[in-house]
Design a protein around this ligand. Structure first.
Ligand code: NAD
Length: 256
């Protein structure tokens, strides 16, 4: 679980451990990752486990090493959640080139690094489509399906994640590997204040643009996401106002 130390990633870790999974909480913020792992580990009522590692998803070699370590320890990798993401609020004319590079590095290259490291293992595990190879889950955003009123640089990166996910899905299916892309509207996590709300037109403007009254609870999103993965749904859009349903229908009718 990349970005497992906070927000949506932390909620997904809780839900996965509750379901009995053995999860690596991988985050740039090692302290936060350890806090999440400590929170869920050792509870008498669950068989799942979590261990924390410091991981920068922009470092391809480190992502490969983390994935290989999972395979070395457990014999296989069942799930990869490419969830780490960043945003920069504000107007595009105020964005330095270094910010563009940074958001591309984390939100696009970070996902590519995860796929490049884990997908070949999963294809091998899928044994030519005769076995379950594993499942890749990418956290995009509703901003990966629509653009108006959202942050340009962020929308660009999340459209890339949606495109990568839906294309890979069609290729991976024959090889026994599933792919799901999660496209939530606003979720109540630190990223909202850090970027989307704090420096961009304010909370009401941002929420209205997405057709929602209030941000989603990350634990509710995590439960919906795991249900989507369990039923091998390609695309989870939540909540799904009418105009998003329309957009999804036009963008990717096969996935609507
Ligand atoms: P968050 O800021 O609470 O968590 C993001 C986590 O990613 C943090 O723990 C951070 O340390 C980690 N991270 C950042 N850069 C990293 C790097 N280079 N390597 C490894 N870890 C790194 O935000 P969140 O809302 O939980 O975001 C999770 C994902 O959900 C992101 O991809 C975000 O774009 C997406 N998303 C969020 C919302 C929302 O409204 N919160 C909506 C749609 C999609």
């Amino acid at each position: 679980m990349t970005g497992g130390g906070s927000g949506i990633g932390a909620a997904l870790v809780r839900a996965l451990v509750d379901a009995g999974a053995h999860v690596v909480v991988a985050d740039l913020d090692e302290v936060a990752a350890q806090r999440v792992a400590d929170e869920v580990t050792g509870r008498a009522d669950v068989t799942g486990t979590a261990r924390a590692v410091r991981l920068d998803v922009t470092d391809a070699a480190a992502v490969q090493a983390a994935v290989d370590d999972v395979v070395a320890r457990g014999g296989r990798i069942d799930l990869l959640f490419n969830n780490a993401g960043i945003t920069f609020g504000g107007e595009t004319e105020d964005l330095a080139l270094a910010h563009w590079d940074a958001i591309i590095d984390v939100n696009i290259r970070g996902v590519v690094h995860g796929v490049a490291a884990a997908y070949p293992h999963m294809v091998r595990q899928g044994a030519g489509g005769t076995a379950w190879g594993g499942h890749v889950v990418n956290t995009a955003s509703m901003g990966g399906l629509m653009a108006a009123g959202l942050i340009t640089s962020y929308v660009m990166t999340k459209h890339a994640v949606v495109g990568l996910s839906l294309a890979l899905r069609t290729e991976a299916a024959a090889k026994g590997v599933g792919v799901t892309v999660i496209c939530p509207a606003a979720v109540e996590t630190p990223i909202l204040e850090k970027g989307h709300l704090g420096r961009f037109h304010g909370r009401d403007y941002y929420l209205k643009g997405q057709g929602v009254r209030r941000p989603l609870d990350p634990d509710v999103l995590a439960a919906e996401a795991l249900a989507a993965v369990a039923s091998d749904r390609p695309l989870l859009v939540t909540p799904r106002p009418a105009r998003i349903a329309w957009r999804v229908g036009r963008l990717a009718p096969a996935f609507a």
